[in-house]
Design a protein around this ligand. Structure first.
Ligand SMILES: *Cc1c(COP(=O)(O)O)cnc(C)c1O
Length: 229
């Protein structure tokens, strides 16, 4: 078995154990392989081991990789989307997870309208104090923008995404996930007719905590493909 296949197997075991331990069905949790900066051979290796969902943070890199992946694989955008890359993104990702402002949502909606498609997105919420993190920077800003985003005809909001702070303190990491989950639950109550099913949180260093806090999609890179340099 290749290293990547072994890593995937190990991670899936941890996902199952963690889910069962906290009373969740492991099938509720989707594993995304974050392949940013990694060469195509590694994505193919993961594909051959059964992986069908990949995450990339650079639009042009992702578009190139998309061309070389079999058609039944999906790539989603997980990195900040600059407005001048909107055109290249819409229609090329099965989901844009990193919608972090009303402005970019409007741009995506407009571009999707021009293409005659509906683009699936997640709204990214900043749940950490770290300056470097992207996302709607406060719950107020999020709720103020929500109605307009939800009413856009060429965007389908599927849920929320967050990145926890890179700290060693589980209490801080957990509270970041918890915050995102509470906003997710509240949003589902506000929009019961929308298909809000995706809570994207948890990376290599913190995905078990994220599962305990309700994640339905975890984004794992270095634990599958090795450290990025
Ligand atoms: C890079 C990245 C990941 C994966 O990080 P690892 O620590 O390598 O698992 C997950 N989510 C986002 C948004 C990322 O940019």
């Amino acid at each position: 078995m290749s290293t990547i296949a072994e890593n995937l197997k190990n991670i899936k075991e941890i996902v199952s154990e963690t889910a069962i331990k906290c009373g969740r069905d492991p099938h509720e949790i989707t594993l995304m392989a974050v392949s940013k900066t990694k060469p195509m051979e590694m994505l193919i290796e993961a594909y051959n081991a059964g992986m069908r969902l990949f995450g990339e943070n650079r639009v042009l890199e992702a578009v190139e990789k998309r061309k070389e992946l079999p058609l039944d694989a999906e790539i989603q955008l997980i990195g900040h989307l600059q407005s001048n890359k909107t055109k290249a993104s819409v229609g090329n990702f099965s989901c844009i997870q990193s919608v972090d402002s009303l402005k970019i949502a409007r741009k995506i909606n407009k571009e999707a309208e021009d293409q005659g498609i509906v683009q699936k997105i997640l709204i990214e919420l900043k749940t950490s104090e770290e300056e470097s993190k992207s996302g709607f920077s406060s719950e107020d800003e999020y709720y103020e923008s929500l109605e307009e985003i939800m009413s856009m005809n060429h965007i389908e909001v599927r849920g929320l995404m967050t990145i926890a702070p890179f700290v060693d303190d589980d209490v801080i990491v957990r509270s970041s996930f918890k915050k995102c989950r509470l906003v997710f639950e509240k949003t589902k109550k506000m929009y019961p007719h929308k298909k809000l099913t995706v809570l994207s949180m948890g990376m290599s260093g913190d995905f078990p905590l994220a599962i305990e806090e309700g994640a339905t999609l975890i984004r794992v890179g270095s634990s599958i493909f090795g450290t990025r340099y």
